[in-house]
Design a protein around this ligand. Structure first.
Ligand SMILES: Nc1nc2c(ncn2[C@@H]2O[C@H](COP(=O)(O)OP(=O)(O)OP(=O)(O)O)[C@@H](O)[C@H]2O)c(=O)[nH]1
Ligand SMILES: *[C@@H]1O[C@H](CO)[C@@H](O)[C@H](O)[C@H]1NC(C)=O
Ligand SMILES: *[C@@H]1O[C@H](CO)[C@@H](O)[C@H](O)[C@H]1NC(C)=O
Ligand SMILES: [Mg+2]
Length: 394
């Protein structure tokens, strides 16, 4: 054998070995270059078609189903849509956690439904933020700036009294006790997110936070479920509030209720929060970092009057009233209990708690990545068994 022939054999051997190594280590490459795949492409591809991506980067090979759409029903699922959006309040510094949350809700639900997203921030989102988020979905995404008057502490708040309130909470080691921005956020989520110009064109929303997890496939449309079953508010986790953050909230609520009996719903869920018809509050509330709800409820006369009344008392700043108890108490008083829905089949995690269905069939159908044994439902700090008792399920 002469040197040239020997040289050619060595080069061929290297190419073939490389091909096999890459085939095994990179599935996409393997599929794109496998003989059967190339043959089927030769057979089916109309001449002139140039969109076949043999680099392994196309959706088709990414999902590992050569020759098929990744989901046969992907386009079918978006035929009927609710008037709905995701809403995510975030800072620019929340970018990485926001990417993770969007990635997960896309994987588990929205790639088949393509509901739009609204991102809100009291500072302009950076180009980097918008670029990194926009790439995650083909759904419409809008990035909004929160008007100053929807966010910052109003002038009529007595700053001396607010400072004293914060100092006391810091001394008492209450989480976020010294934070003004946390209070801005709670007030915004209580009374303003649904009035943002980007939100006004929608009726339903699904609130998502950075760094949450969706543990199960959601193979139906929860918005349409809400609409068709006349629900207005929903939750996955319910728990006790820190009393020190809301010392005068319940009294304020009861004052409002006495002034406005016309807003109290028949068949309401007051009994879930109070065992003495309103004298005392048991601190149970829905954990509002997850919410799918009807903004018509927040925009309606009862909640508008309620929020204004609470806001005037100043407890968002003098104390540290959270949007969770504020939303929850409103849903419990101004809606009937059957309008509040528990989404057992949505596997949801916000550190440190998880809701993971204990129904084996739902857990399997949802291909859930959470451990039902770790579900918060019957934790000592959870209000869920109270909810079940109240709703007459146990
Ligand atoms: N734009 C903006 N968003 C905020 C600010 N503070 C909180 N948020 C957002 O508001 C939501 C709730 O804030 P979190 O810090 O998660 O509060 P939390 O859920 O009570 O507490 P942890 O998640 O346990 O820290 C999240 O979506 C945050 O990204 C803020 O000052 N500006
Ligand atoms: C697509 O939808 C049809 C009709 O609803 C259903 O029978 C079929 O199982 C679905 N296919 C997939 C892959 O989900
Ligand atoms: C969606 O809801 C909003 C708020 O209720 C309403 O203004 C808008 O007209 C609705 N859009 C459609 C298409 O029904
Ligand atoms: Mg959070």
């Amino acid at each position: 054998m002469n040197t040239t022939a020997r040289y050619i054999i060595v080069v061929l051997a290297i190419i073939i070995s490389l091909h096999y190594i890459v085939s095994f280590s990179h599935e996409g490459y393997g599929r794109a270059t496998s003989l059967s795949n190339i043959a089927s492409k030769l057979k089916h591809q109309p001449s002139g078609a140039s969109d076949t991506d043999i680099t392994g980067n196309s959706d088709t090979s990414y999902y590992g189903l050569p020759g098929n759409l990744p989901f046969a029903n992907e386009t079918l699922a978006i035929n009927r849509h609710a008037n709905a959006t995701f809403v995510i309040l975030a800072r620019n510094s929340d970018l990485q956690g926001t990417v993770r949350s969007v990635r997960e809700i896309e994987d588990r639900f929205n790639r088949k439904y393509r509901y739009p997203y609204v991102f809100l921030n009291e500072e302009p989102f950076t180009d980097e933020f918008k670029k990194r988020i926009s790439v995650l979905s083909s759904a419409k995404m809008e990035f909004g700036l929160i008007p100053k008057e929807h966010w910052f502490q109003p002038d009529w708040i007595d700053e001396k009294k607010a400072t004293a309130g914060r100092e006391k909470m810091v001394a008492d080691k209450i989480i976020y006790g010294g934070s003004v921005s946390y209070r801005n956020m709670c007030r915004f989520n209580s009374g303003f997110f649904f009035r943002h110009p980007l939100m006004e064109k929608y009726r339903w929303y699904w609130r998502i936070e950075p760094d949450v997890h969706f543990h199960c496939d959601i193979d139906y449309d929860p918005f349409l479920y809400m609409e068709q079953n006349k629900k207005i508010y929903s939750f996955t986790i319910t728990m006790y509030e820190y009393e020190a953050t809301i010392p005068t909230l319940w009294k304020t609520v009861m004052d409002f209720a006495k002034k406005h009996p016309e807003y109290i719903a028949k068949d309401n869920a007051l009994g879930f929060m109070s065992s003495n018809n309103g004298d005392t509050y048991n601190l149970c509330h829905f954990w509002s970092n997850f919410e799918i709800a009807d903004m018509e409820f927040w925009r309606g006369p009862a909640y508008t009057a309620f929020f204004d009344y609470l806001d005037k008392q100043g407890g968002f700043y003098y104390e540290r009233w959270g949007d969770a108890p504020v939303h929850s108490i409103a849903a419990a008083l101004f809606a009937s209990k059957d309008q509040i829905h528990f989404f057992d089949d949505i596997g949801y995690e916000h550190n440190p708690y998880i809701h993971c269905t204990k129904d084996k069939a739902k857990w399997e159908k949802g291909k859930c990545s959470c451990d039902p044994a770790r579900s918060f439902d019957y934790d000592g700090y959870s209000c869920f068994s109270k909810w079940e008792t109240f709703m007459g399920k146990r």
